[in-house]
Ligand binder design. Structure first.
Ligand code: BV8
Length: 224
């Protein structure tokens, strides 16, 4: 059996990572256009860099929760028959034990060269706007997919959705595309589709089955 799991901010909420669109969400106090677009970075690089520096620093204060750990158990059981794709840019899936994680919106712990597209692990000593070790010229930006930019690994994701027997969406509002459209693609290719979320998402009607509650309870129950 081949399984595709898509996760969003909701899977990390109980670890203490703020979500985006819940009442106390990350983007409260920030307009998305002010922090998560290339235009915002061009206009105010320091504001955008500070937004991601703060979120990167916060990673040290949070731990994976039982939902992340359950998905690592699922990977141990299914091996390469599990395709885990996340919209999240935190490292909690990896710290929860998952070894193959597709970060379609990038990662806080990575930097991207604006000149040669070189991906660089983000270490604390990088400081602000360091030169790229690849080309030595352009400055490094957060390795994050902003609105209007192409998510990473779309070809691999498309193939995984075509081959999936089961598609499970965990902790996402279904507000952002192309991730929000994966359930319809998977269903069209014949997969059984399941939503595990605190409340019905914007696309809940596209799912064959929907269970609502906290991910730390729903995901281990579903995995085990
Ligand atoms: C693209 C950056 C083309 C990283 C993010 C006009 C111009 C250009 C594009 C567009 C346009 N109009 C529309 C688009 C498409 C656009 C889009 O979707 N816009 C929306 C606003 C309509 N998308 C794009 O631009 C994408 N690129 O389309 O390129 C293309 C496409 C395909 C192939 C080739 C080319 C790029 C999208 C990526 C944008 N970057 N973030 C960062 O700062 O983190 S998006 C941002 O939203 C995050 O990445 C986040 O992951 C994502 C989705 O949010 P969620 O994860 O779902 O979080 P949210 O808070 O919304 O919901 C949390 C859920 O959890 C809730 O349902 C809640 O109930 C639940 N929950 C809470 N607690 C718990 C819980 N569940 C379980 N347990 C709990 N305890």
């Amino acid at each position: 059996m081949r399984v595709v799991v898509l996760t969003g901010a909701g899977i990390s909420a109980e670890s203490g990572v703020p979500t985006f669109r819940d009442a106390d969400g990350l983007w409260e106090g920030h307009r998305v256009e002010d922090v998560a677009t290339p235009e915002a970075y061009e206009a105010q690089p320091s504001v955008v860099q500070a937004f991601y520096d703060a979120r990167r620093a916060a990673l040290a204060t949070v731990e994976p929760n039982p939902a992340h750990v359950a998905l690592a158990r699922l990977e141990a059981a299914l091996g390469d028959r599990l395709f885990l794709v996340t919209q999240n840019i935190d490292d909690l899936h990896e710290r929860g034990g998952s070894r193959h994680v597709h970060h379609m919106h990038g990662e806080l712990r990575s930097a991207l060269c604006r000149g040669c597209d070189h991906h660089v692990p983000w270490t604390e000593d990088l400081g602000d706007f360091p030169p790229c070790p690849g080309c030595g010229v352009a400055e490094l930006r957060p390795d994050v997919v902003w609105f209007g930019e192409v998510p990473y690994g779309m070809d691999q994701i498309q193939v995984a959705l075509q081959r999936a027997d089961v598609f499970v969406s965990i902790g996402t509002s279904g507000a952002v595309y192309p991730a929000a459209g994966f359930v319809q693609l998977a269903g069209r290719y014949g997969a059984r589709t399941i939503e595990l979320n605190l409340q019905p998402s914007e696309g809940t009607e596209y799912f064959d089955d929907a269970r609502h509650g906290p991910a730390s309870a729903l995901v281990p129950a579903w995995v085990d």
